[in-house]
Design a protein around this ligand. Structure first.
Ligand code: ATP
Ligand code: MG
Length: 351
């Protein structure tokens, strides 16, 4: 007899130790047993044992699934949405908490009980969505230049074109191909930053050198819009990955130029603030509304799609800047007023 009791304790301990939530559910929807993972995942303050399913998962399909399992004895796997909050039951019952996705598997144990195991798949669902969005955005972005290339290549193949027309079409094809290359290069960089594949090589440099490079890469663009870019370095040394920081600042300066009217002014100045070096890009352009500011660092987000597209913009630039800030343990912040201009501040530790 005592041996048997030991075994039972052992099984209970094992169930208790499981990372998945485990519930023993009676035919009448009463919870006869719940392990601590179940308790934790549902955010319930009191004990779950003895509660009814309806109390824990109101308004979900769970009860129907349980009934079906009792009816035909077949195992069922499905996802349901629930609510979870630090305050627990209120949130669950009143649906006030954060939305959560749970994956359930229900198996019939005997005529009285069914066992439900479940895990929180909220993050997984979210990642799946991000991935789907990403793929469709990428295809969309590549489709536009590709359509232009195919179209103009077809026209080029026609015979009765003047030399002038031929050159013009070839130039458009080239421009679109370069644009596609740019998108692909940005995406590859983003992916490698995402995977933190680049533990960036840090080197000691000065902000003066960084600003010189930024100037070299953005000069042409500034000239075509007749925008004067003023550089004010403060000759501080900084330990960073120079080419990534240059790339981040190029993105900010190009944005400042793109989203400003012709003949306006853009400033890039650096300032030492304690252990941080701040790179501040100021423009007097179109500005960004308060609602849009938190979203502009998202991949593919563009406030004014038409205007950005005119410039060949994809909405990746700022998400690259954010990644570069993060891998340097720095920050990026934006302040702006519609119609007045914007200030982007990239703040990086000096060592
Ligand atoms: N200085 C700025 N002034 C006004 N709006 C800006 C500024 N910088 C960014 N934005 C807005 O934020 C959006 C996102 O910027 P982001 O640099 O990520 O993408 P993009 O410039 O559209 O394309 P690209 O991938 O070529 O950089 C832009 O489309 C624009 O609407
Ligand atoms: Mg940009």
């Amino acid at each position: 007899m005592p041996k048997k009791r030991n075994n039972k304790d052992r099984y209970l301990q094992i169930i208790e130790a499981m990372g998945e939530g485990v519930l023993l559910i009676s035919r009448k929807h009463r919870i006869a047993l719940a392990n601590s993972s179940a308790q934790a995942m549902l955010g319930w303050s009191g004990t779950i044992k003895g509660k009814r399913l309806e109390e824990l998962f109101s308004g979900t399909e769970l009860e129907n699934h349980v009934d079906s399992v009792f009816k035909d004895g077949k195992k069922r796997t499905f996802r349901i949405m629930g609510y979870h909050d630090a305050i627990g039951e209120d949130a669950v019952l009143k649906g006030k908490g954060r939305e959560k996705q749970y994956e359930f598997c229900i198996t019939l144990l005997d005529e009285k009980y069914a066992v439900a195991t479940f895990s929180d798949v909220t993050m997984l669902e979210r990642l799946e969505m991000v991935r789907q969005d990403f793929v469709s955005n990428v295809s969309h972005e590549l489709k536009t230049p590709l359509t232009a290339i195919t179209g103009f290549a077809e026209t080029l193949a026609e015979e009765n074109l003047s030399e002038e027309e031929r050159k013009g079409f070839a130039r458009i094809i080239q421009k679109n191909a370069v644009h596609m290359q740019g998108i692909i290069k940005d995406l590859l960089l983003l992916t490698s930053l995402d995977r933190a594949e680049i533990a960036p090589m840090m080197e000691r440099t000065t902000d003066t050198r960084i600003l010189q490079d930024v100037k070299a890469y953005t000069q042409y663009k500034a000239q075509t819009k007749e925008i004067e870019v003023i550089y004010e370095p403060s000759d501080e040394t900084i330990l960073c990955n120079e080419s990534l920081v240059v790339q981040a600042l190029v993105n900010l300066v190009v944005n400042a130029i793109s989203y400003s009217p012709e003949n306006s002014k853009v400033t890039l100045r650096t300032k030492r603030k304690g252990e941080m070096l701040e790179f501040e890009v100021t423009d007097h352009g179109y500005g960004i509304s308060e609602e849009d500011i938190p979203r502009i660092f998202e991949r593919f987000y563009r406030v004014d799609k038409a205007r950005s597209r005119e410039d060949g913009g994809t909405g990746i630039g700022l998400s690259i800047v954010r990644h570069i800030a993060i891998i340097h343990k720095g920050t990026i912040k934006a302040e702006s007023r519609l119609g007045e201009g914007s200030v982007f501040t990239l703040s990086l530790p000096v060592s």
